[in-house]
Design a protein around this ligand. Sequence first.
Ligand code: NI
Length: 229
Amino acid sequence: MLLQIPEVLTPAELERMQQILARAETEWSDGRATAGPQAATVKNNQQLPWRSASTQALQAILLPALQRHAVFFSAALPKKILPPMFNRYGGDSNTYGNHIDQAVRVLPDGSGRVRSDISCTVFLADPAHYDGGELVIEDSFGPQRVKLPAGHAVVYPGTSVHRVEPVTRGQRVASFFWIESMVRSDEQRRLLFDMDMALMRLRQQHGETPEAVTLTGTYHNLLRLWADT
Ligand code: NI
């Protein structure tokens, strides 16, 4: 499931993150450091080092924002989230060709692994400030081109071939990370998400009806059947 999630960050959170990013100017380094062998041949961008104070300060704003976001939670049903990383495309380091993300990522502190069921990008730069930089995700309906306002996110299956188009003006800054979901199957997650969103709207329209209670029970019983915690 490819899903755009508006306003993952509040304007205040986004502003704090942009201030931290502006102060991190000298810390950007070659993005190939974290790419697998195939991806490294097509990756040409910059990243903040995983252990830098700036990265940690940015994670400390983004992770709680993700955790409290109901639509993100419902779409991803996260079991583990790899600590978000931050990248930048512009100048001579401005593109990332077609690739598939590594299936399993080791946590930066070596304490475990995360299976990349879901890839997530949170856009951090105003799209008016750069040209190009679309995230292009190949899916069964054809290529999907994604370029979102700052503070918005997109989640898509980790199994997708994707790329970032060359940035020809300005700089595209984003956070990217992977999620291991309690529900491994994209198809099952999609069914649960659609049901959860429909239930939310049913409640808004009709209140807490017996039918809404029954369907909520069905949602949780499906989640119980499919979730691995
Ligand atoms: Ni990727």
